[in-house]
Ligand binder design. Sequence first.
Ligand SMILES: Nc1ncnc2c1ncn2[C@@H]1O[C@H](COP(=O)(O)OP(=O)(O)OP(=O)(O)O)[C@@H](O)[C@H]1O
Length: 221
Amino acid sequence: MPLLTIRDLDVRFPGLGRPALFLPALTLEAGQALVVTGPSGSGKTTFLNRITGLEASAAGAITWQGTDLGALSEGARDRWRARTIGLVMQEFHLFPGLSALENVVLPQRLAHFRLPPAVLAEAEGLLARVGIERPDQRIETLSRGQMQRVAVARALVGRPGVIVADEPTASLDDEAGTAVADLLVNLAKDAGASLIVASHDPVFFARIPRLLRLEAGRQRA
Ligand SMILES: Nc1ncnc2c1ncn2[C@@H]1O[C@H](COP(=O)(O)OP(=O)(O)OP(=O)(O)O)[C@@H](O)[C@H]1O
């Protein structure tokens, strides 16, 4: 069974005279990585928001290993996402006032109510892997590159089968961006997770063979 199957996805917004996203068919196998690219407004974020269930789809089917997102309520989609997907966003979405370590374990703390000790150890290990030397440092005092490394560690904690990243290097300088891109690809591979990333970053093109190129909401040949 493929990891992800999309059929007849058709996303429309009021005022937009064409579908924001029109994908007749797409499949992704477990462990396979995918780069989604295309000009501004071509539908990349719309694609990521639908496959992660952040937004519900009116037309078409998105199925993750037998789970049809369209059949889930919003709450059930949220629980499914917390178990299945690690998210990395362009602007990090970290919480000021908390340390790097507290940020990494926060989603697990919310999911489990009390934090399992193994999660803390896993989070410390991941922070070391992404090169954060002071896990107790307050998040707002880190550089932007370091912040995104913390977000990468947070996405991997709990071993989700899928990492979804929306322009994870777009707000970083070249050096920090390349380091974050390499980390994402390497850590997802080591964890056996599928990486789905929307990006224009050449590092991803060089390392991920499968490309979904969008133009005005449609897949370009
Ligand atoms: N909530 C919405 N209401 C109306 N139109 C929307 C909405 N969300 C997205 N769109 C439109 O859908 C199209 C696709 O937007 P989307 O954000 O997916 O593009 P993108 O490829 O991610 O662009 P960028 O690279 O600039 O982030 C755009 O024309 C956008 O204006």
